[in-house]
Design a protein around this ligand. Structure first.
Ligand SMILES: Nc1ncnc2c1ncn2[C@@H]1O[C@H](COP(=O)(O)OP(=O)(O)OP(=O)(O)O)[C@@H](O)[C@H]1O
Length: 362
């Protein structure tokens, strides 16, 4: 079970009546990778997954799996398998019959399908429970059975719709590690839909961030974190502050911009005309608090909130047109020079800690 397929999504749209849920998206998911679709509710993640699976028709565009165009193929003929959020196990069947179900539908002999089901249950460490029914299992165990049932067809790609959402927080983290290990061991392509930034960062080789039926960015977790492509990504991932301003000048690969309240900033970038609007993202963990008199790359503001988090402290600052500019300080840095609500502070960061957001981001 080592075959893996590249998934090529070419100008795919999904239209339900008058709602366009997916707007002509294109994406290549490399074979054998772990891909997470991430985005707020209603952004089109599930519709995209269901179109890959064949559970939803494609309004326009094509999907290729390996060398095969699967656009018009039924789910069972695509080489994909889907694991549903609710696991969709049959309550009246034992685990062997649950797992063997799709082989039964294909007309595989009883002995052969039961042997294969047992093998899949063994892979998921569920063989000792083979004769139980789903209701006699914990949530994590049910999930393993659902995985065994999806994997029994030897898919080239496994599609997972919010697979961890039914689990409690502790189990979620454990099953997350198991999913990743399973994907690496099997070597097949996994496509996983989630609401959780943390889950996507922990699991994915490639994160696809969607908003309003479009792909905002598709990149490795590190690239998404270090170079968010758009203001939406920077805000949604939560590790960056977004400041909006206007370009004053551009010289030598450095843009100078002005934000509301008259303060100026610089950011690496070029090709923007004076006067054009601009968004920049500044990493929350790279902003330092300093004396208001220091000459800094940053701005002056007033502390509006301080939250202690143990290893770090979250400080919220108002200024430069932002009501909630976030600074994440290590506990050591913070307690060396604590600040309180109402204090005037000066914020500073390095040129490399600010990224240009939007279509012009290099
Ligand atoms: N069967 C349908 N009929 C009409 N509209 C639909 C249908 N399914 C989804 N939509 C709409 O399409 C859009 C995208 O839905 P989709 O389920 O793909 O989003 P999602 O990102 O997976 O959301 P969630 O995280 O809440 O599951 C939404 O506006 C939704 O209301």
């Amino acid at each position: 079970m080592t075959k893996a397929a590249e998934i090529d999504i070419v100008s795919v749209s999904k239209i339900y009546g008058s709602t366009t849920a997916v707007h002509s998206i294109s994406l290549k998911i490399p074979s054998g990778s772990y891909c997470c679709f991430l985005g707020p509710s209603g952004c089109g993640k599930t519709s995209t997954l269901r179109m890959i699976a064949g559970h939803e028709t494609i309004s326009s565009g094509d999907i290729r799996l390996g060398n095969t165009v699967v656009t018009d193929l039924p789910p069972a003929k695509r080489g994909t398998a889907m694991m549903f959020q609710s696991y969709a196990l049959f309550p009246h069947l034992d685990l062997i019959d649950n797992v063997a179900f799709s082989l039964k539908m294909k007309g595989v002999e009883k002995e052969e399908r039961r042997a294969k089901a047992l093998e899949m249950l063994r892979l998921m460490q569920m063989e000792p429970y083979a004769n139980r029914r789903p209701a006699q299992l914990s949530g994590g165990q049910q999930q393993r059975v659902a995985l065994a049932r999806a994997l029994i067809t030897d898919p080239e790609a496994l599609l997972l719709d919010e697979p961890l959402s039914a689990l409690d927080p502790f189990l979620k983290i454990r099953m997350r590690a198991e999913l990743k290990k399973l994907q690496k061991n099997l070597g097949i392509t996994f496509v996983h839909v989630t609401h959780s930034q943390e889950e996507a960062m922990a699991l994915a080789d490639i994160i696809v961030i969607m908003s309003d039926g479009r792909i905002e960015q598709a990149a490795s977790p590190r690239e998404v974190f270090e170079r968010p492509a758009t203001a939406f990504v920077a805000r949604f991932m939560g590790d960056h502050n977004v400041l909006t301003g206007r370009v004053i000048s551009s010289a030598g690969g450095v843009l100078t911009l002005q934000v509301p309240e008259g303060q100026t900033f610089t950011v690496a970038g070029e090709g923007r005309e004076a006067g054009s609007p601009i968004d920049i993202g500044i990493r929350t963990d790279r902003v330092r608090l300093c004396e208001p008199s220091e000459k800094t790359l940053g701005f002056n503001g007033v502390v509006s909130n301080v939250e202690y988090r143990g290893a770090s402290v979250k400080i919220t600052v108002m200024g430069a047109g932002s009501e909630d500019f976030t600074v994440i300080a290590t506990d050591a840095d913070y307690f060396e020079k604590p600040v309180a609500v109402g204090d005037a502070v000066s914020l500073s960061w390095g040129l490399e800690d600010a990224v240009l957001l939007g279509a012009m981001a290099a």
